[in-house]
Design a protein around this ligand. Sequence first.
Ligand SMILES: Cc1cc2nc3c(=O)[nH]c(=O)nc-3n(C[C@H](O)[C@H](O)[C@H](O)COP(=O)(O)OP(=O)(O)OC[C@H]3O[C@@H](n4cnc5c(N)ncnc54)[C@H](O)[C@@H]3O)c2cc1C
Length: 808
Amino acid sequence: MQSQAQAVVIGGGVVGCSVLYHLTKAGWTDVVLLERSELTSGSTWHAAGGMHTINGDPNVAKLQQYTIELYSEIEELSEQSIGLHLTGGVFLAATNERFDWLKSMHAKGLYLGMDTEIISPKEAADIFPLLDPDKFVGAMSDPLEGHLDPSGTTWAYAKAAQKNGAVIHQQTRVMDLQQNQDGSWCVITEQGEIHTEHVVNAGGLWAREVGRMVGLELPVLAMEHMYLLTEDMPEVVAFNDSSGLEVPHCVDFDGELYLRQERKGMLMGTYEKACKPWSPKETPWDFPQELLPADIDRIAPSLEVGFEHFPAFQNAGIKQVINGPFTFAPDGNPLIGPIKGLRGYWCACGVMAGFSQGGGVGFALSNWMIEGDPGFDVWAMDVSRYGDWASLAYTNKKVQENYSRRFSIRFPNEELPAGRPLRTTPVYDRLLEAGAQMGEAYGLEQALWFAPTGVVDEFSWRRSTDFEHVAGEVNAVRAAVGMMEISSFAKYTIRGSGASDWLDRLLTCRLPAEGRMTLAPMLNYAGKLIGDFSLANLGDGEYFIAGSGLAENYHMRWFTQNLPEDGSVEIIARGAGLVGLSIAGPNSRELLQRMVDDDVSNQAFRFLDIRKLDVGMAPCLVGRVSFTGDLGYEMWMEPEFQRYVFDLIQSQGKDLGLRLFGSRALNSLRIEKNFGSWAREYRPVYGPYEAGMDRFIALKKDVDFIGKTGAAAEKEQGGKLRLRVFVVDAKDADAIGDEPIRYEGEVKGWVTSGGYAHASGVSVAMGYVAKEIADKQYGWSIDILGETLPATPQTEPLFDPSAERMRG
Ligand SMILES: Cc1cc2nc3c(=O)[nH]c(=O)nc-3n(C[C@H](O)[C@H](O)[C@H](O)COP(=O)(O)OP(=O)(O)OC[C@H]3O[C@@H](n4cnc5c(N)ncnc54)[C@H](O)[C@@H]3O)c2cc1C
């Protein structure tokens, strides 16, 4: 075995082999794959081999589309048959709610260029003859579906990579990983050591163990999964004979079943409610290539529905039940990318749909390793979306929830309960007492809205029970004053002699003067948006940044990667060690004045000023800024002061019309101000000019900030997209995100955020459209739940376009 390689991929399942192939395709040919047994000997060999493009996240769907389109390429290059059956498929809805969901999937597919179609149950039965149309209300067809031979496909990636120069060692287990002083790695195997710049954890069922070699506890859990194979079925043979076609793929969401033809019979699999984790603490190294015992009782409830929905199964003999384990992350999406502070260690784990996603994962990861950027929007798959709080026990609960809900609808207003509450702040109980309906972001509980006793969210695609109460919160902010907990923001302290220079290079804006704040976008090397922060200069070389809480680990990874090596800059993620409360609305100044000795008049405490103030007796950092677009203040404090400040605000604000508000009201407030938000309007696929952040891109500043060249080019060439805001003629449902935006009937963009702007009394959608038509005043419409609704572009914010409220 050689002693040196540019990159070492650990694991020869479909994912590791795809990573290996993509590295070689992009030009890294000095690459090695190490496999403890034989290729495919983890989850891969017993997979059902199904593949599809549909995914709730359009960016993941795009990578799935890429995977399927790649298959003919690797088959040709490797000369290895992958047994591809591109049969097409149908997705079935037995309820109106599910049919609404299918319509929303179809709508998303429109701007991704997918050829899905909404069809009737009768039309579905013409395509998939085994179903009883009376059991369904509607369906969606998709031509880009099918199945393949899992082993052939894995070998096709492997052989194609070998042709490009890669080396594969089977029967070579990686025992340990040691990082050298210079950041390179020593990969210790049963057959000797290899030195390399990059290691890829594609360990599949053993991903946790390969993580633990470097002190990482990856949030991954394997679940048992069963599918059955029938004897030959006359109905299948008859359809094959009469149509000349194979019985296509089928997903019956309400039966929680997936089906496809296998030889002259059928394969039926299920994600059963009574699911079972496999080897929850660690995966034995000697786990052989063998099946787990079948447990038909566990899947019996789903099979019963299956026999009803697909009557031909009632007479079919069961030939075999396959039960095998495969891994999931808490939200069911892969975990890919680099790890904060571990140079050259890459993850390609938790891929639960290796034959739909493996190609895309390999492509994105190889781009990332070679170019420094995945080249796609992989936010939904980025390993950094979980922090250290995602413990093994949390993962166990969440993965089971995800597995058992794999085919369940998640409504836009539905919060999932497993593994909660986990992270809470000191005012958590106070908020609950006030009727808070809680949601969770990055493991932290936050108030979504406040309900009167006995009222809870009724899950729906349409406006629901919260509507009038969120309206009350919004109106209190616009007319008087509201208080919101803002601890879920990420907070960072930056200090050290090099802090100013470092921030100047990292962020696109000019640094604020002492005691001042600014909006601060951050770009990657290609000049695309990877962050939007508020940056405050606290003086004495200390800075304070607040940004998206969801992206704390993501941003810390970038910050750490880009820190100077001389130790002149220190950055600390404050997490829940610094918590916050915000007050907003025309009476917020009066309220603040009642609680502090200092003069906080408009002249003495201007918009975007920040300073340390005692709020009552509690030392706080107070900034005059607010995401509501109204006069407002953010107060940051150590957790031990939060309840005190909360109670003080409550008592002092009573006669000023104070009301608590939650994140749903905040969304309603910010969309009528055209304020964008991270992971919605701001993502790594958009340029700062496309996103309308021109004012904060200081191309003229005398610093070569990261992404400056790309941003300058975007400015000159204009980019491809523009962020726009529309008022929609919505009826009883508002846009939520990912709906298609049409211009003169044709899909020309997509929604990033939406909702009802209660104060303005209109339904609003924000989204990206093609630049060439972005300034057209007429001809727009937006699809909501299958209906194309007229939309009017807003050239200026609906609320307070001159920003007098915020600044006055
Ligand atoms: C019953 C069943 C049905 C399924 N059906 C489908 C389906 O229809 N469609 C679909 O897309 N997916 C399906 N899947 C899921 C699919 O199998 C997985 O998504 C896929 O196999 C994951 O591949 P992987 O490469 O990440 O992991 P694995 O296949 O587990 O591969 C990891 C490899 O790494 C090796 N390894 C680990 N540690 C080391 C080490 N230290 N040194 C050397 N080598 C190491 C292992 O030996 C193994 O070969 C199914 C799974 C099951 C169980």
